[in-house]
Design a protein around this ligand. Structure first.
Ligand code: GAL
Length: 728
């Protein structure tokens, strides 16, 4: 008997030990068909995206606090491979790349993290987050069943997971990371490429799970996400989304709070009422995790914005604006929504809803738990008309396209279309004295320069620059015989240059002869113009300009940039001369870049003009000045309204590409919140520069003597540039 007891005790001990070891290590974050569970507790998780490299470490604590005050539980971020591994095996986790610091700040604020490792991230980020060197790994093909790619991807994922583990950042280790993401929206690619895509998905899932992070993995827009990976939905609305297994929670990884801006396009705006409606609709349809993409969009500093002309601002019309100020009423309206959802949480997580249909456009979703909790969502999907519904013998008025939330099934605490948060108006107020500028005009280089490369034919731009600069010169000579008919007739020959993009300056014998650039979704360009040539040798200099590399599309790594031809001269005695295959000389970057004119020390290497000699409206001009930091704490911006296109540096930090010369085309009509939203609805600022103001983070400023450099491609009026203070 005693022996029996002892054996039973030992067995019990073994069972208990294995139970706890299983569950402290593995099951701190789990899920089922209703929700995620953290340490056994069911949660409706409210999340928002803040991308750490799109703001400065000095801004992070305030952004995170504002997210917490706005009612978020989770901060979601991608991991930016090209920030962390700029060259193979050389890692950077400093400054805006200090991901560990960012995650620790989120933890200190008491919030969780959803870490989207990717490492493909899309995100309107240069090359979708991939380092440019990855393109040149022999035999590589991105995002498919390709050995070199898989080796590189696994290497980076493992590097990040190990970094997180070594800092104890996963939830079972006491850290804030409750889930991760592998890949990003791979489903549509897999669908297009078929078998290798399927194999890659399986490999990806196995590789991720084998990392043993102790928290669930998510694959967004991936209907066949293998178990135990959770599939999830991205979009403006996701109420109809159904996870691929009944035992997976319904997750909305990207509720788009607005949209990104492109040069040439207007500023997107998503009304707060519609955004709240989309979230409430998702929640009343069993949703249990949603994430605002973006909650703070921030800035594409430097050359980080992706191709297809994504602007330097990544404001996104997010609840916190680019500068870190509250975008009201959106922020407040969502905070109120989150309070209402939190009040409903006990009922929401303990049951599935029953739905009452009142007709085509009205419903009630009722969550009644066994323990007596009751929460109801009364909805009116009619985009234009309000409606009355009777629920539990009480009549409720529902504005068009709205949902009322009743956390006790009686009292309406929130309606998605009734905004009580105050609105805020953006003000950009000029500050400081008139800036006093000096200028230096860059040069069309000579083919004899020691760093020029001579090659036959036309070369793809990124292959030559490896994206070390936006700029690549293509130089060639054209010999014109003295017997050419056009020299007498005066009918100048026609030069045609076909380029894969994204912008192009043409110089003939050092004289500017035109600028062309791509538009919105079409980066390809053709220059075609009659040009002045003389008898003898003529110098044709083409400055090809990249404006960020594509971040999306099947095999976007194969997209070309630069002048690939054909290049022809028409109207000669021989009719047409093809210049495509002749000798071309290449020079990477501008002279001013190689001299580091963006730094104080570099700027001493050239003579600058000032006063009456200051360059006015001249292409390829560098401008420099210094300024004192505006007083107070309001965010600072630079008004570039008088300029065309180029880049800006403050104290050596690259603020980003400016392109106020690109005027927004599109329709910016009335905006009603009712009805299905798309990114083309409710746009703003048509006929204005797509981006006029550029954020200068205060932490990059000294009290005085801030060194400001502008490189202007087109020619602008630098005396029109002013510093401004942003308030709302
Ligand atoms: C999603 C993608 C995000 C971002 C977004 C548009 O499809 O996952 O990374 O690109 O579109 O802003």
């Amino acid at each position: 008997m005693w022996k029996m007891l002892k054996i039973n005790n030992i067995l019990l001990f073994i069972v208990l030990v294995s139970f706890f070891s299983c569950c402290t290590v593995k099951a701190t974050v789990s899920y089922d068909g209703r929700s995620f569970l953290i340490n056994g507790q069911r949660k409706i998780l409210i999340s928002g995206s803040i991308h750490y490299p799109r703001s400065t470490p000095q801004m992070w604590p305030d952004l995170i606090q504002k997210a917490k005050d706005g009612g978020l539980d989770v901060i979601q971020t991608y991991v930016f491979w090209n920030v962390h591994e700029p060259s193979p095996g050389k890692y950077n986790f400093e400054g805006r790349g200090d991901i560990v610091k960012f995650i620790k700040l989120v933890k200190a604020a008491g919030l969780y993290v959803h870490l989207r490792i990717g490492p493909y991230i899309c995100a309107e980020w240069n090359l979708g987050g991939f380092p440019v060197w990855l393109k040149y790994v022999p035999g590589i093909e991105f995002r498919t069943d390709n050995e070199p790619f898989k080796v590189a991807m696994q290497g980076f994922v493992t590097k990040i997971v190990n970094l997180m583990k070594s800092e104890n950042l996963f939830e079972p280790q006491g850290g804030p990371i409750i889930m991760s993401q592998i890949e990003n929206e791979y489903g549509p690619v897999e669908w297009e490429i078929g078998a290798p895509g399927k194999a890659y998905t399986k490999w990806t899932a196995d590789m991720a799970v084998a990392q043993n992070t102790g928290v669930p993995w998510v694959m967004c827009k991936q209907e066949d996400a293998p178990d135990p990976i959770v599939d999830s939905c991205n979009g403006f609305y996701c109420e109809g989304f159904i996870p691929n297994k009944p035992y997976k929670p319904k997750m909305f990884t990207e509720v788009w709070t607005g949209w990104y801006t492109q040069y040439g396009g207007p500023a997107p705006h998503r009304p707060a009422e519609d955004l709240a409606f989309a979230v409430a609709r998702f929640i009343h349809n069993n949703g249990s995790f949603f994430n605002y993409y973006m909650y703070h969009g921030g800035t594409n500093f430097g050359r980080t914005a992706s191709g297809l002309f994504v602007t330097t601002t990544y404001d996104y019309d997010a609840p916190i604006d680019e500068y870190g100020l509250l975008n009201e009423p959106k922020w407040g309206h969502l905070r109120d929504l989150h309070k209402a959802i939190n009040q409903c949480e006990p009922a929401l997580v303990s049951t599935y809803p029953t739905v009452i249909w009142y007709g085509k456009n009205q419903e009630a979703h009722v969550f009644k738990s066994e323990s007596g909790d009751c929460a109801a969502f009364l909805s009116n999907y009619d985009p234009t008309y309000s409606a009355k519904v009777t629920f539990q013998n009480v009549q409720y008025d529902l504005p068009p396209w709205s949902i009322s939330i009743l956390p006790d099934c009686k009292t309406v605490v929130y309606n998605t279309a009734k905004v009580s948060a105050p609105s805020s108006q953006v003000k950009m107020t000029p500050v400081g004295d008139q800036l006093s500028w000096q200028s230096y005009i860059d040069e069309t280089p000579s083919a004899d320069d020691s760093d020029a490369l001579e090659m036959n034919g036309l070369w793809e731009q990124i292959n030559v620059t490896r994206d070390s600069s936006d700029y690549l010169w293509y130089l060639t000579d054209v010999n014109i015989g003295s017997d050419e008919g056009f020299l007498k007739s005066g009918q100048d020959p026609l030069l045609t240059v076909v380029s894969a993009g994204h912008a192009l300056h043409v110089f003939i014998n050092g004289q500017p002869s035109g600028i062309v650039y791509g538009e919105l979704d079409n980066p390809k360009i053709t220059y075609s113009s009659n040009v002045k040539l003389r008898a003898g040798i003529n110098k044709i200099s083409l400055l090809s300009v990249a404006v960020g590399l594509a971040n999306v599309g099947v095999h976007f790594e194969t997209w070309n940039t630069g002048v690939l031809g054909p290049i022809t001269l028409q109207g000669l005695n021989e009719r047409t001369r093809d210049l495509t295959k002749q000798k071309w000389t290449y020079k990477v970057g501008l002279k001013g870049e190689s001299l580091s004119l963006n730094t104080v020390s570099g700027s001493a290497s050239v003579e600058w003009a000032e006063g009456s000699l200051l360059a006015q409206k001249q292409p390829l001009t560098w401008y420099k000045t210094s300024f004192s930091t505006p007083e107070g704490n309001d965010p600072v911006a630079i008004d570039m309204g008088s300029m065309g296109k180029g880049q800006i540096w403050v104290n050596g930090e690259n603020i980003g590409r400016h392109w106020p010369g690109y005027i927004a085309k599109g329709s910016c009509g009335d905006c009603s919140y009712g009805g299905t939203f798309t990114e083309k609805k409710c746009q703003r600022d048509c006929g204005q520069p797509s981006q006029r103001w550029y954020h200068i983070p205060r932490s990059w400023l000294n009290p005085s003597q801030n060194y400001l450099v502008v490189f202007e491609e087109w020619g602008g009026d630098a005396t029109g540039i002013t510093l401004v203070r942003r308030t709302r």
